[in-house]
Ligand binder design. Structure first.
Ligand code: G3I
Length: 364
């Protein structure tokens, strides 16, 4: 089994590595699922050979690590942190507060009534202090608040927002800082490249910084397509946040080549669009022309990241191989997606070569 897996990934392991190519620029990460964390996925050899940072795709989300009021389950999270330490990786925590993958009980009392502000804050503080405290000094960066801003730039009307008010964001950062004063604390969101949403997030971060809230980093998730965002749009976005005195991380990079199933660029996970063969055109493989577009796109994105290495300290891909990507099941179930740098057979794709090449060209 192990020998077969090694054969499978031999080319990816022997290839030049992403982590070495960008050493001195930024760390290059991958999000891991539970099989990869358990070190029983055929892509684990790629993770170890290619990446020097990891994020947990689901293991640290509230519903998994804190499924019931008095029950924390650290099994997978402990294994995740041990995996990162064993392989000398920069370990990221994702995520402390989100409107998704949070159990309904979090917002309700014993009688099923919505909590008031003080009780919900107390619950949030307990959650954050327990988890951040447990991995203090080991998890180096936390996505503290995930996706608080809506597409139009207003605050997302989640239960966090409606029960606590806008300062729930500041409180979450304060609780995380209390529990680990040395950790990087990240505000993480998607589609910040779009002007309206970006303006809302810039206003939020500005306000937090002015109030002395310990936010250190803004995470651009990076769920991109072949033509969105444009490089100038991305560059302006990086500049807009860097001007506020925070670092930038690209936290969940992948590139969609499939026909768009929605009008807006979004990564809203609750979307569910009905299957339709027209939305799944590459079930038998990717045409050369699309492969080339993807290759060029990855190359230009990494050239851009490298040209902003003064403010970007991490670029993390949301997965390792196309086979494992969430994109195969979102927003349409059962599609064949091609968003990452390694293919379904664990081989490096032409896009991988383009990313390595972008590290060798003089920075723009
Ligand atoms: O828990 C069940 C498991 O018991 C079952 O065996 C399995 C079989 O399909 O399904 C499991 O749950 C799935 C879970 O991933 C683990 O695989 C959920 O149905 C599925 O919805 C969930 O999707 C995750 C998604 O967040 C949900 O919110 C994706 O893996 C994960 O990649 C994705 O990550 C988010 C980031 O956290 C935030 N930004 C957007 C990004 C992409 O959606």
């Amino acid at each position: 089994m192990i020998a077969a897996a090694a054969g499978f990934t031999a080319a990816a392991v022997a290839a030049p590595s992403l982590k070495d190519a960008y050493r001195g620029d930024f760390v290059v990460g991958a999000a891991l699922n539970s099989a990869q964390i358990a070190d029983r996925a055929r892509s684990d050899a790629i993770v170890k050979a290619q990446f020097n940072a990891i994020s947990p795709e689901n293991a640290l989300k509230w519903e998994n690590i804190h499924p019931q009021p008095d029950k924390y389950d650290f099994t997978t999270a402990d294994a995740y942190v041990a995996f990162g330490e064993k392989n000398h990786m920069f370990i990221v925590g994702h995520c402390l507060l989100w409107h998704n993958q949070t159990p309904a009980w979090v917002f309700r009392d014993e009688n099923g009534k919505l909590l008031d502000r003080e009780r919900l804050l107390a619950r949030l503080r307990d959650h954050i202090r327990t988890i951040v405290g447990r991995y203090k000094g080991r998890i180096k960066a936390w996505d503290v608040v995930n996706e608080a801003v809506g597409e139009d730039g207003s605050m997302r009307p989640s239960l966090w927002y409606t029960i606590i008010g806008e300062d729930y964001v500041a409180k979450a950062f304060e609780y995380a800082h209390e529990a680990d004063p040395d950790a990087e604390l990240n505000y993480n969101d998607y589609s910040l490249e779009n002007p309206a949403k970006r303006a809302g997030a810039v206003a939020l971060i500005k306000k937090l910084k002015a109030a002395g809230v310990p936010v250190t980093t803004v995470g651009l998730q990076g769920h991109y397509s072949l033509d969105w965002p444009t490089i100038p749009q991305l560059d302006e976005t990086i500049s807009a946040f860097a001007a506020l005195g925070v670092k930038i991380a690209i936290t969940e990079l992948d590139i969609d080549v499939l026909p768009p199933a929605t009008k807006e660029e979004t990564a809203e996970v609750t979307l569910n669009v009905q299957s339709d063969p027209a939305l799944n055109p590459y079930g038998n493989g990717l045409p050369d022309a699309v492969q080339q577009s993807l290759t060029q796109r990855y190359g230009e994105l990494f050239a851009e990241f490298r040209s902003r290495k003064d403010v970007i300290d991490r670029v993390t891909l949301w997965g390792v191989t196309d086979y494992e990507s969430w994109r195969n099941n979102w927003p349409v179930a059962g599609r064949t997606a091609y968003p990452l740098l390694f293919d379904r057979a664990c081989q490096p794709k032409p896009a991988f070569d383009a990313v390595i090449a972008a590290a060798q060209n003089p920075a723009r």
